[in-house]
Design a protein around this ligand. Structure first.
Ligand SMILES: [Zn+2]
Length: 488
C-alpha cells in the first residue's frame, strides 16, 4: 500500500468527510506534526528486531576488537553467523591475519547495478580503554539503569548492530527492492593501518560497490531533553600530521648554549599554539549555521546569521569559535600539538627535539600550505616543519541534492518532529571519505538520539548507549533503508 499517496488524498476536507464513514482501522493515522504525516514503516514494527539487536550489540562488545591489534575476524564471524541464520549469505573478506571485513547483499535483480546500490557501513574495531577509569567492565556488555555499557556501545558497534537490525528487518519483511542493499562491516577504522577501508576497497571493491552509503559521522543531537537537530554528515575534515624538528648543538648540560633544541622547539610550539588559522566557510558549514541559528538563543543565533557579513563577520567568527570547540573546528583548519619527543639523560643536551602536530584540514585546504604558514610564523632557522606520510585525502562532499539525502532528511524530520535536519561537516574523519573518492554519495548518521554527555564518552570512559535511544535508532535506520530501497 502506498501510505504517502493515501495520506495526501485524505488531507482535503471533502476527503476527510469521506474518511469519517470508513472503519477506524482504514482511516489515515493522525499527523505527528502539522504537514508531516505519520508514515508507517514499510518493514513494520521494529521493536522486536531492536530487542534482538541489543543482544547482538552486547555480544559484539564482549568480542574485544581493540585496535591495535583489532582481531576483527572474530566479530566478522559472529556477524556472518547471525546473517546465515536469517538465510542471508555472508562473505568474510580477509585482510591481514586475524583481520577481516564481512559483506552481505539483499538483491533487487539478477544482475546488480552498483550505481544504484545502497551500502550500510560500520566498523568493528574500537579504541583502547583505560580500564582503571571505568566503573564497569568495558568488554562486559553490562546493562545498568537503562543503558548498555561498553567500549564501542556507540562508536561504532551501536551503529553496526543497528545496520544489522535494519538489514535483517528488510530481509524478514520480504519486500520487493528497487536497488541492492549491501551490509558491510569494516576493520581498522580507528587506526587506519594495513587492514583499513582503503585496503579493503583495493582488494574487494566489486563485492560492495555502491552509489550510496550510510555510515557513522553525523548525529542526532539531544539538547535540554529534546532532539535539537539531526546532523547528516556530507563532508569531513582531513587529518594529517606535521613533524616539527628543532636541531641544535648537543653537549654537556653543565655548559648550555643558546642553540638548545628543546628551547627552540618549545618556542616554536608556543607560537603554533597561539596561532589561529583563518576562517574559511564551506557551503555545508554555511548551511549548517543558517539552519541552527533559529534553534539557538537570540544572541548566538544573531552571530550565526552574521558569520558571512563584511562588517560583523569577524566578530561573529570569534564569538562562535570561543563558544564551542566544535564550531571553531568547523570554521577553520586546526593544529593540535600531540606528542613531544626529546632528550636521553638528565645531564645531556639533546641535538634534536620533535613535536607532532595533528592537523585537521577543511576540505580543499592543503597541509603543504599549513607548513608554509607555520614555517613563516615560527621564523627560526633551527626549526624545520615536515609533512608526515599517510595523511588523509580530501574527498569531494556528498551532494545535498541526491535522492538519498532527501530520503534521510524526510525520515529524520518525521521521526524527530520539531527538530531541524542539517547538513554536517564532521571535524573527525570516517571511512566515508574513501567511499566518496569512489563516487559514492556517502552520508553519516548515527541514528541514536544522544546527549552531549553521552557523546563525550566515545573514546572515553564508561561509553554507553541508552537502550531507548538504540531502539529508536534501529527504527529510524530501518525506515531510511526501506524508504529508499523498497519498491512501492
Ligand atoms: Zn567510529
Amino acid at each position: 500500500m502506498n501510505w504517502n499517496r493515501r495520506v495526501q488524498v485524505l488531507v482535503g476536507a471533502a476527503a476527510l468527510a469521506a474518511a469519517a464513514s470508513l472503519p477506524v482501522a482504514a482511516q489515515a493515522p493522525t499527523p505527528a506534526a502539522p504537514g508531516i504525516p505519520v508514515n508507517p514503516s514499510l518493514v513494520g514494527d521494529t521493536s522486536n528486531v531492536a530487542k534482538e539487536a541489543q543482544g547482538w550489540l552486547a555480544d559484539l562488545i564482549r568480542i574485544n576488537t581493540t585496535n591495535p591489534p583489532g582481531n576483527e575476524q572474530v566479530a566478522a564471524k559472529y556477524i556472518a553467523g547471525i546473517l546465515e541464520k536469517e538465510g542471508i549469505t555472508a562473505e568474510i573478506l580477509e585482510l591481514t591475519p586475524g583481520r577481516s571485513a564481512v559483506v552481505a547483499r539483499l538483491r533487487s535483480a539478477a544482475v546488480a547495478n552498483p550505481a544504484k546500490a545502497l551500502l550500510l557501513v560500520a566498523h568493528m574495531d574500537v579504541v583502547a580503554v583505560d580500564k582503571s577509569k571505568w566503573t564497569v567492565d568495558p568488554f562486559g556488555g553490562v546493562i545498568k539503569d537503562g543503558y548498555l555499557y561498553g567500549r564501542g556501545a556507540i562508536d561504532d558497534k551501536g551503529m553496526l548492530a543497528a545496520n544489522l537490525a535494519a538489514f535483517v528487518a528488510l530481509k524478514r519483511a520480504n519486500l520487493r527492492l528497487n536497488r541492492d542493499v549491501i551490509f558491510l562491516a569494516t576493520a581498522d577504522e580507528e587506526n587506519g593501518g594495513d587492514a583499513n577501508i582503503k585496503v579493503l576497497i583495493g582488494k574487494y571493491w566489486d563485492k560492495f560497490a555502491a552509489g550510496f552509503s550510510i555510515n557513522e559521522g553525523g548525529n542526532v543531537f539531544v539538547v535540554r531533553g529534546k532532539v535539537q537537530y539531526v546532523g547528516v554528515q556530507a563532508s569531513e575534515k582531513v587529518s594529517g600530521n606535521i613533524d616539527v624538528i628543532a636541531r641544535g648543538r648537543s653537549g654537556h648540560a653543565s655548559q648550555p648554549t643558546k642553540d638548545n633544541a628543546i628551547v627552540h622547539l618549545a618556542a616554536a610550539v608556543g607560537k603554533i599554539g597561539a596561532y589561529t588559522a583563518p576562517v574559511h566557510l564551506t557551503a555545508i558549514v554555511r548551511r549548517y549555521f543558517e539552519g541552527l541559528a533559529p534553534l539557538e538563543d537570540d544572541e548566538i543565533g544573531k552571530w550565526m546569521r552574521s558569520l558571512d557579513t563584511s562588517d560583523r563577520g569577524e566578530h561573529a567568527q570569534r564569538v562562535l569559535s570561543n563558544g564551542s570547540p566544535l564550531w571553531n573546528a568547523m570554521l577553520r583548519d586546526t593544529i593540535a600539538p600531540t606528542i613531544l619527543t626529546a632528550g636521553v639523560a638528565n645531564n645531556v643536551i639533546p641535538g634534536e627535539a620533535h613535536a607532532n602536530l595533528n592537523v585537521r584540514l577543511l576540505p580543499g585546504d592543503t597541509i603543504e600550505a599549513v607548513v608554509r604558514d607555520l614555517t613563516k610564523l615560527v621564523d627560526d632557522p633551527l626549526v624545520k616543519l615536515e609533512v608526515k606520510p599517510n595523511g588523509g585525502l580530501a574527498a569531494p562532499p556528498s551532494s545535498l541534492e541526491s535522492d538519498f539525502y532527501a530520503v534521510i532528511s524526510k525520515v529524520a524530520a518525521q521521526e524527530f518532529p520539531g527538530a531541524a535536519v542539517l547538513p554536517f561537516q564532521s571535524t573527525w574523519a570516517t571511512d566515508s571519505a574513501q567511499l566518496r573518492l569512489h563516487n559514492v554519495q556517502a552520508y553519516g548518521l548515527v541514528p541514536f538520539p544522544l546527549t552531549e554527555e553521552d557523546l563525550k564518552r566515545m573514546h572515553g570512559e564508561d561509553e554507553r548507549i541508552p537502550l531507548a535511544a538504540f531502539n529508536k535508532g534501529v527504527d529510524v535506520l530501518a525506515r531510511i533503508v526501506a524508504e529508499f530501497a523498497v519498491t512501492r
